[in-house]
Ligand binder design. Structure first.
Ligand code: PLP
Length: 353
């Protein structure tokens, strides 16, 4: 064996670009266009340098307590991690490495196949229907499946399914963990949280990166039965006891408690999304109904690549994948009202010629 042979070859997840130029209208990674709650800044400036001498709280109690209080779910049923990406990676290791295929939709968060490869988990990307909808029946009675994961609303389509849809999949897989990734649920989806009381096999995952406007802080969290939460904790403590740092835990907890501000920015984004949808429709774009903070749209005539490039020349960044079925679609994040006006103006020019 050569040195080359000993080095693992793996195709990593490719995140959306993070340009440092402040003039860019950045609609490519679903960040929130508004700042976090003012409580965040207050808590951040009250941090004492002396506290950084010590390791952070391994259980992030302050953060877990804040999440428990606002959702009304006991602390024993909550796990927090460095972004929901870390929480998801731990969950994959805890629930899906024991043999069998992991099932998820073909059009979905492109990190799922990457983690599956990383942890040597066989998987099947189950085709969504012609309208990109997930079909619940495809996830029932699959004998060699080890579990199911999907976002709801789905990404990058923005399509939300009702709680009854999630329940069908849970009820049909009592011996497997079903993960519902609710990264975008605050923008109009129906949460699966009430099903926690009835289903021991449900894990719901949330993030502070989108609706809570703190992508830079890196906080994600999961809800589940005690059994599932304890299993994810065991993975974390087998990996790194100090994942979340003190400077994330304290301001993050303070911001999460500000539910008034949170409700306000979510409804503002939903309002802008509806206006953006009308504008896109007028310009000849087609898209599934979005319950997220983005719209997944293609033009009736002009290829996605061409539109993306022209927008980029005007310093407007949107996301697109050169993948089967979706290469003409752009996933456009809902920005501020001014950003949306600029976007529609440029798209008006591009589609006029
Ligand atoms: C953004 C996103 C995440 C990751 O969020 P982080 O908390 O920033 O790691 C997870 N799942 C989906 C579907 C997302 O869109």
């Amino acid at each position: 064996m050569t040195l080359q042979d000993r080095i693992r070859k793996i195709a990593p997840y490719v995140p959306g670009e993070q340009p440092q130029d402040r003039d860019i209208i950045k609609l490519n990674t679903n960040e929130c266009p508004y700042p976090p709650s003012p409580r965040f800044a207050e808590a951040y400036s009250s941090l004492s340098p002396a506290d950084f001498r010590r390791y952070p709280d391994t259980e992030a109690h302050e953060l877990v307590q804040a999440i428990s209080d606002i959702y009304g779910i006991p602390v024993e049923q909550i796990f927090v991690g460095v972004g929901s990406d870390e929480v998801l990676a731990f969950a994959f290791q805890a629930f899906f490495t024991g043999g069998g295929r992991l099932l998820f939709p073909d059009i979905t968060y492109s990190f799922y196949p990457v983690w599956a490869e990383l942890y040597h988990i066989p998987f099947t990307a189950v085709p969504t229907d012609q309208d990109f909808r997930i079909r619940a029946e495809d996830y029932l009675g699959v004998d060699d499946a080890c579990g199911v994961i999907f976002p709801n609303p789905n990404a990058p389509t923005g399509i939300a399914e009702p709680r009854s849809f999630v329940e069908r999949i849970l009820a049909g897989n009592p011996d497997k963990v079903v993960i519902v990734d609710e990264a975008y649920v605050d923008f109009g989806g129906e949460t699966a949280l009430p099903l926690l009381e009835k289903y021991e096999n449900l894990m719901v995952i949330r993030t502070c990166s989108k609706s809570r406007a703190m992508a830079g802080l890196r906080i994600g969290y999961a809800f589940g039965s005690r059994q599932l939460i304890d299993a994810v904790k065991a993975i974390k403590f087998s990996f790194n006891s100090y994942t979340l740092n003190h400077a994330s835990i304290i301001p993050g907890a303070a911001a999460i408690r500000d539910t008034v501000y949170f409700d306000e920015i979510c409804s503002r984004i939903i309002k802008t999304r509806e206006r953006m949808a009308q504008g896109l429709k007028k310009l000849g774009f087609v898209f599934p109904p979005s319950s997220a903070n983005f719209i997944f749209a293609k033009h009736e005539r002009i290829p996605g690549r061409e539109i993306q490039e022209k927008l980029r020349e005007k310093k407007i960044y949107v996301r697109r994948w050169d993948a089967p079925r979706i290469s003409d679609y752009m996933r456009i994040t809902v920005g501020t009202d001014e950003e949306t006006d600029r976007l529609l103006e440029e798209l008006g020019r591009i589609t006029a010629c």
